[in-house]
Design a protein around this ligand. Structure first.
Ligand SMILES: [Zn+2]
Length: 145
């Protein structure tokens, strides 16, 4: 708990770097003569350093490159996608066939199948557009990886 009322409002702003140069200088002058604020600042600085040390780091590109070098991993992932896509397409074909057999009346199933089909087609178009955009803007597209 802080003994000095100034730390509550200004201490956190100081630590987070949200003060102007003038405010910073003024707060530092205050801290020079206030043991309570100095103690608080010190403990927050140590906590900050500790948090920085245990911060999770994202895997590097080199890590993912090594990971995907495994033929098994690549085949596994692609097989999973092919199986999922095949299953989804079979369900879609079945649903569309059912839809056309009962097209004379609009049912809950009809609407659900139409929404799913529209979403699927839109997603497919979106993915193709993304890939095209990515390919056109890839500065390394002529570099063999
Ligand atoms: Zn103080």
């Amino acid at each position: 708990m802080t003994d000095c009322p100034r730390f509550e409002g200004e201490g956190m702003k100081y630590i987070d770097g949200e003060m102007s140069a003038v405010e910073r200088a003024e707060f530092e002058r205050h801290c020079a003569g206030c043991a309570s604020c100095r103690r608080e600042l010190d403990s927050f600085t140590r906590l900050d350093a500790l948090a920085g040390r245990v911060k999770m780091v994202d895997p590097t590109d080199a890590f993912w490159e090594r990971y995907w070098r495994s033929v098994y991993r690549r085949v596994e992932r692609k097989t999973a996608w092919v199986l999922m896509l095949a299953g989804a397409l079979m369900i879609a074909v079945y649903a569309l066939r059912q839809l056309f057999e009962s097209f004379h009346r609009v049912t809950f199933e009809t609407i659900a199948v139409l929404l799913f089909a529209a979403g699927f087609v839109l997603l497919l178009v979106s993915l193709i557009r993304e890939r095209c955009h990515q390919y056109k803007n890839d500065p390394y597209k002529d570099v063999k990886r």
